[in-house]
Design a protein around this ligand. Structure first.
Ligand code: HEM
Length: 456
C-alpha cells in the first residue's frame, strides 16, 4: 500500500448516547407517582439531571427535555409529531379531526384555513369587541361583593373568542352556555388524563353525569352555531365562514365532522388558556400593587380620561411586560408532549422511534440558568436593554414551530386590554376565602381567587 492511497478517515460524529435515567424511581411505578404528586416541582428538578432525561412511567419510558435550546430544537424538528396519551384522551373527548391534534398534510391544510383569522393585520377588526368586553369585565367588579375570578375570567375569555371568531347576535346567550360547558369539561378531562380509570367514569355518579351533560352541551352548541350560520345565509369575513367554505386537498368541501371538530379545537384551547392567564393577571395585581400602580399610571398617561382602546395596546409597554412576566411564571400551558416519528437524536442523545417526549414551559421559564432571580416577579426584565439576556426559547409560552399557537397576537391584545381596563379603574385585594396557590389542571390557575375592587 502506498502512502498516497491511504484515505484520511473523516472524524466520526460521536454516536448519540442513551439519556440518563432520572433518579428516585420506585420499582413498578417508576417516576409516575412523583409526576402525579408534584408535577411542577418534579419536572423543574429534572434540569439538574441533564438536558434529556429518561423517566419510567409504569412500563413505559418517556423522555423529558429540560433545556431551552433542546425544547426549541424539538418543537422545530420534523422528527416529532403531536401524539401520545395526552392527545389521545383529548381526541376521544373533543374529536379527532381538529387542527390541534392533526398531523402531516391535514394539519398543514387546516392551519392554512384558520391562519388568516389570527394574522396580525386581522386583529384590529376584533378591537371593538375586545375593548367592550374588557370594559364590561372591569365594570362587573363594581358591586362591592367579592369577585369570583374563576367564572368571570372564563366568561371574558369565551365571550371574546366566540364573539370575535364566530360572530353573530346569538353569541350572548351561547357564550354563557359555552362558559359553563367548557369549565366543567376541562375539570373532568384533566381528572380522566391523570387517573385513567375508564369504566369508573361510566358509572352514573353525579360528577360523571355533570361531565357527560357538559360535553354533550358543548358539542350541541357547536352544532347549533354552525346550523344557524348556514341557515342565515350570511358569510361574514370570519373564521366560521373560512371553515364552512374550506376545501380538502382534492378541492371538495371538507366534511361536517371536520367542521365541527375544528370549531371545538379552536374554542377549547382558546378559552381555558386565556381564562387561566387572566386569573393570574388579577392575582398579580393583588400581589404586586406597585406594578398595578405603574400600569394604572401608564394607562392614564396614554388614554387620559377615555376608556382604554385597542389602538392603545402597542403604547402600553409596561402593561405588556406585566402580562409577559405573569405568563413566564405561570404559563397556562405548562406541559407539552410529542412523539418521535423516527429514530433520531436530540442534543447528542438517542431518541428511539415511537418514543414519547415531554417538556414543561413552566420549568424552562423558571430556570435559574436563564433568569437572574428566576422566581421574582420582575416585568422590567422584558425592557429592551435587558431582554437580550434571555436565552433563545427560554420564553415560549405560545411554543414555536409548526404547532405554535396561532393566537399569540390575538391573546396578547386581549390580555393587555383586560389588565389595563382593570388596573386603571380598581385597586384589587384578595378577600377571605381566596386561595391563590397554584392548581394544576390542563392549564395552571389559582385554586380559587376572590378579590374585592376599590375605586382608584
Ligand atoms: C394565553 C393564551 C394562550 C396560550 C398561552 C396558548 C398556548 C398554546 C401553545 C403552547 C400551543 C402549542 C401546543 C403544542 O405545541 O403542542 C397552542 C396551540 C394552539 N392554540 Fe393556543 N394559547 C393561547 C390562546 C389561544 C387562543 C385564544 C386560541 C383560539 C382562539 C388558541 C388556539 C390554539 C390552537 C388552535 C392551537 C393548535 C395549533 C396547532 O396545533 O397547529 N390558543 N396554544
Amino acid at each position: 500500500m502506498t502512502v498516497e492511497s491511504v484515505q484520511p478517515v473523516p472524524p466520526r460524529a460521536a454516536e448519540p448516547i442513551e439519556p440518563p435515567l432520572a433518579r428516585g424511581g420506585v420499582p413498578g411505578l417508576g417516576h409516575g407517582w412523583k409526576l402525579v404528586r408534584d408535577p411542577l416541582g418534579f419536572l423543574a428538578r429534572l434540569r439538574d439531571e441533564g438536558d434529556v432525561v429518561r423517566l419510567a412511567l409504569g412500563p413505559k419510558t418517556v423522555y423529558a427535555v429540560t433545556s431551552p435550546a433542546l425544547t426549541g430544537a424539538l418543537a422545530l424538528s420534523p422528527d416529532y409529531k403531536i401524539d401520545g396519551p395526552l392527545w389521545e384522551s383529548l381526541e376521544s373527548l373533543l374529536g379527532k379531526e381538529g387542527v390541534a391534534t392533526a398531523n402531516g398534510p391535514r394539519h398543514r391544510r387546516q392551519r392554512r384555513i384558520i391562519q388568516p383569522a389570527f394574522r396580525l393585520d386581522a386583529i384590529p377588526a376584533y378591537g371593538p369587541v375586545m375593548e367592550e368586553e374588557a370594559a364590561d369585565f372591569a365594570a362587573r367588579m363594581a358591586s362591592g361583593e367579592p369577585f369570583d375570578c374563576t367564572s368571570e375570567s372564563f366568561r371574558v375569555a369565551v365571550r371574546i373568542a366566540a364573539r370575535c371568531l364566530l360572530r353573530g347576535e346569538y353569541m350572548d346567550e351561547r357564550a354563557e352556555r359555552l362558559c359553563v360547558a367548557l369549565a366543567t369539561v376541562f375539570r373532568g378531562m384533566y381528572r380522566r388524563m391523570v387517573i385513567p380509570a375508564g369504566p369508573l367514569y361510566r358509572l352514573p355518579l353525579p360528577a360523571n353525569r355533570r361531565f357527560d351533560r357538559a360535553l354533550a352541551d358543548l358539542h350541541a352548541l357547536v352544532d347549533e352555531i354552525i346550523a344557524e350560520r348556514r341557515a342565515s345565509g350570511r358569510k361574514p369575513d370570519d373564521l366560521l365562514t373560512a371553515l364552512l367554505e374550506a376545501e380538502d386537498d382534492k378541492g371538495d368541501p371538507i366534511g361536517e365532522q371536520e367542521i365541527h371538530d375544528q370549531v371545538v379545537a379552536i374554542l377549547t384551547p382558546g378559552s381555558e388558556t386565556v381564562a387561566s392567564t387572566v386569573m393570574w393577571l388579577l392575582q398579580v395585581l393583588t400581589a404586586h400593587p406597585e406594578h398595578a400602580d405603574r400600569v394604572c399610571a401608564e394607562v392614564g398617561s396614554v388614554v387620559g380620561d377615555r376608556p382604554v382602546a385597542f389602538a392603545d395596546v402597542r403604547k402600553l409597554s409596561h402593561t405588556n411586560n406585566v402580562v409577559v412576566e405573569a405568563m413566564r411564571l405561570r404559563p397556562a400551558v405548562w406541559i407539552l408532549t410529542r412523539r418521535a416519528v423516527t429514530e433520531t437524536e436530540l442534543g447528542g442523545y438517542r431518541i428511539p422511534a415511537g418514543a414519547d417526549i415531554v417538556y414543561s414551559p413552566y420549568a424552562v421559564q423558571r430556570d435559574p440558568r436563564s433568569y437572574e432571580r428566576n422566581l421574582e416577579f420582575d416585568p422590567d426584565r422584558w425592557l429592551p436593554e435587558r431582554v437580550k439576556d434571555v436565552p433563545k426559547y427560554a420564553m415560549s409560552p405560545f411554543s414555536v414551530g409548526n404547532r405554535k399557537c396561532p393566537s399569540d397576537h390575538f391573546s396578547m391584545a386581549q390580555l393587555t386590554l383586560v389588565t389595563a381596563a382593570v388596573a386603571r379603574r380598581w385597586r384589587l385585594e384578595q378577600v377571605s376565602g381566596s386561595n391563590d396557590t397554584t392548581r394544576v389542571g390542563i392549564t395552571l390557575r389559582p385554586h380559587r381567587l376572590l378579590v374585592r375592587a376599590t375605586p382608584r
